[in-house]
Design a protein around this ligand. Structure first.
Ligand code: ADP
Length: 724
């Protein structure tokens, strides 16, 4: 190398350094291949005087070089070239394949130049190509074109190589940045538009991020969120739970999804299922990431399901209870009580139309002392006062009113007394006619729930059904009563002549009217037996009708058991025919004296003993009294024929007789045990039987020591109706 060349080199040193420095600076900031190419070309033009520039990158398949940027006159139009790496042998392919710079001084005259290239680059004579190398891999090539036949110095070729390396590096970086940007965008898109609320917060709970869904749900913007603590967006009652879950995670225990309610900016509560996990940086926990799923819809569906379940449950209960009440006042009282309970209201009452139709009266209420109820019953509402309400009921089914609308005297009194805020009126219909209204009163702060309307509609239907039923059941009960009265009076009328017949029979049998032939004696005996059986039947029927008419109420008094047994023994003496049956009596002297009805108790025990004697040919009968629980247990045990398990279940039913295994001494009528059970129940007790066929039977009667209230009218009515 000559002196002037060296000098030339030396004088070029600073601009070259400056060139490289500025190029590196520009390339580092270039986001894409085009910008990179622009920087390269402008430097190449400055430093090397290049007239054209082209940047090629190899395609992903490695089959072609694609022109991605061009520089120079008409560059825009040129910027589309593709070079087939298999077929073209232009210097660019050579440089790419051999991974070294190629310089052609007179390229245009190169015989290898294809017609296509010749056409495109007709002005270019000098062509310098530098491969772009990324490590050992060629990723593309840069072409510089010169209008003059320009020679390249070794220095320039070195520079060209540096340029290529810089370009390859910049391209690689741009490529990576681009890839990172797209993946980041994809992640951001996922994060922002997820259906769930996604957030992060530091260990003290201060938000560090919240996605767009979260902002939308909570109503805060990003800046507001970053000034918030997680505890500020949680409903206060869930704070302990949230703290516990987060603390557990800090000590390494993961926790499953937990349910809390978040607080939106406007105070709305949003039920969410949250899943949180710890975030680490270099192994050290720095905060939490949480995903919260809005479960409002799910909760709403669950609540709806629960509501309809409670509607059905309430209606089922009301229906069941109402079916058990048969007389109107009881039915309506129950209706009021159950309605107030089912609708979680303060009070409820029923207005029914007076038969004369001139007004309405309260006939039943959910609560109140007898006086209060009486007082309410005196409040009569004239028809015209309720006309509006009734026309609304006829139209819509159910009417609700608030305090403002309550102007009638009843409503006003209700408000003064009970601070009633809302009232709900349910029409009571008989067929299509509205005959009354069931009103339900809600106190202030005792809100009417939306599903209460549904229950109320159900009640309206049930009540109409019950009212229709009540009417027919009242009729049924009246018919039953008439039947009983008829039976009672007929039996009573039959008794007197029967007793006369029996009396004369006895006189005849004692030969008071003269002697009888043996044949006449036998006939008379049969007549007496039949007459006595008939009298038994008449007496039993009379007992029964008395019991069923409830005319026969118990006369309570203390009964001393030992004395009672002594009298009973005398009583049953006539029933004892000479036989080998012995009777044993066991009643401890220390037994308390029960408060009961001695006459009824005597009927009970006489019936049981008569049966024991009737069905025991030989053996013994044991009568016992002992204390059991809060009462006395009286038992009659015999060693007679016994009762089969099949028959045992029905012997307490009226007119039930077990098919006899051997002919009984006297015929019965099948009413004795039925009467026994009725009597025992009147005394507040229970009766049961156990038996082994062929070995004997035991009948047990349990009676309370003190007076127990007899079964309610409704229960008795139910029993009577179901049996008749
Ligand atoms: P009856 O007037 O026929 O005795 P009850 O109602 O008193 O009517 O009894 C019903 C039936 O129960 C009797 O017909 C008899 O078959 C059976 N029974 C009652 N008590 C006894 C007993 N102590 N031993 C065996 N069978 C009995």
């Amino acid at each position: 190398m000559g002196l002037d060349t060296q000098q030339a080199n030396a004088s070029r040193q600073p601009p070259e350094q400056d060139f490289l420095y500025r190029l590196a600076h520009d390339l580092a900031r270039s986001p894409d291949a085009k910008t990179i190419a622009n920087h390269l070309f402008s430097r190449a033009q400055q430093l090397l005087g290049a007239d054209y520039g082209s940047l090629f990158l190899v395609n992903p398949a490695g089959t072609e070089l694609e022109e991605v940027a061009a520089y120079g006159e008409g560059a825009e139009a040129l910027n589309q070239e593709r070079i087939d790496l298999q077929q073209d042998f232009a210097p660019i392919v050579q440089a790419f394949r051999q991974q070294r710079p190629i310089v052609k001084r007179d390229w245009f005259n190169d015989p290898q130049l294809s017609a296509r290239f010749r056409k495109r680059y007709q002005l270019i004579h000098g062509v310098w190509v530098v491969p772009l190398l990324n490590g050992a891999r060629a990723v593309g090539a840069m072409v510089l074109g010169f209008v003059t036949r320009r020679k390249a110095s070794a220095e320039e070729i070195r520079l060209l190589q540096i340029l290529g390396d810089e370009a390859a590096l910049a391209l690689e970086r741009a490529h990576l940045t681009e890839a990172l940007r797209t993946s980041e965008e994809r992640y951001r898109d996922l994060f922002e538009n997820a259906n769930d609320l996604i957030y992060t917060h530091d260990l003290s709970g201060n938000f560090t991020s919240l996605n767009a869904t979260g902002e939308r749900l909570l109503g805060y913007n990003r800046t507001e969120v970053l000034a918030l603590n997680i505890l500020q967006v949680l409903a206060p009652e869930y704070l302990p739970l949230a703290r516990e879950v987060l603390d557990k995670q800090l000590v390494g225990r993961t926790s499953p999804t937990y349910a809390v309610e978040m607080l939106a900016k406007d105070g709305r509560r949003i039920p969410v299922d949250v899943n949180a996990r710890l975030l680490y940086r270099q192994g050290v926990p720095i905060g939490y990431q949480g995903i919260a799923r809005d479960v409002t819809e799910r909760r709403r569906a669950e609540a709806q399901q629960q509501e309809s379940a409670s509607v059905s449950a309430a209606l089922a209960e009301i229906g069941q209870e109402l079916l058990a009440s048969f007389d109107t006042p009881t039915a309506l009282d129950r209706l009021c009580r159950l309605t107030a309970k089912a609708l979680n209201a303060a009070y409820s009452h029923t207005l029914l139309r007076e038969s004369a139709e001139e007004g309405y009266r309260i006939v039943a209420a959910s609560e109140g002392t007898a006086e209060q109820i009486e007082e309410r019953q005196t409040l009569k509402l004239p028809r015209r006062r309720l006309a509006r309400l009734f026309s609304r009921l006829a139209q819509g089914g159910i009417v609700t009113q608030t305090t403002k609308a309550l102007r009638d005297p009843i409503s006003q009194r209700m408000f003064e007394r009970f601070q009633i805020a809302t009232v709900l009126h349910i029409p009571l219909r008989r067929s299509s006619d509205i005959i009354g209204v069931l009103s339900v009163w809600y106190r202030q702060g005792q809100p009417m729930q939306p599903y209460h309307r549904q229950i109320a509609l159900g009640i309206a239907q049930l009540a109409s059904l019950v009212l229709a039923n009540v009417k027919s059941i009242e009729e049924l009960a009246r018919a039953n009563r008439l039947k009983q009265e008829f039976l009672g009076s007929v039996s009573h009328e039959l008794r007197t002549p029967l007793n006369i017949i029996i009396g004369y029979n006895e006189l005849l049998g004692e030969h008071s009217f003269g002697p009888l032939t043996p044949e006449q004696d036998r006939v008379l005996d049969r007549m007496s037996k039949s007459a006595k059986e008939l009298l038994d039947l008449v007496n039993a029927t009379l007992d029964l009708s008395r019991l069923q008419n409830r005319r026969d109420t118990a006369a309570w008094q203390p009964v001393s058991l030992p004395a009672f047994f002594e009298e009973l023994a005398v009583d049953i003496q006539p029933l004892r025919q000479p036989s080998n049956v012995k009777i044993f009596w066991h009643a401890a002297a220390s037994l308390p004296s029960p408060l009961t009805d001695p006459i009824k108790l005597r009927m009970i025990m006489k019936n049981l003993l008569a049966n024991a004697l009737k069905f025991t040919e030989a053996g013994k009968i044991t009568v016992r009294a002992k204390r059991e629980g809060t009462g006395l247990l009286l038992s009659v045990h015999d060693t007679g024929i016994g009762i089969s398990a099949d028959s045992l279940s029905s012997i307490f039913e009226p007119f039930q007789q077990v098919p006899p295994t051997s002919p009984p001494k006297t015929k019965g009528v099948g009413l004795g045990l039925y009467i026994v059970r009725q009597l025992v129940e009147t005394l507040g007790g229970t009766v049961s039987a156990s038996s082994t066929l062929g070995k004997g039977s035991t009948f047990q009667v349990w009676l309370p020591l003190r007076k127990e209230p007899p079964p309610s009218a409704a229960e008795t009515a139910l029993r009577t109706v179901s049996r008749s």
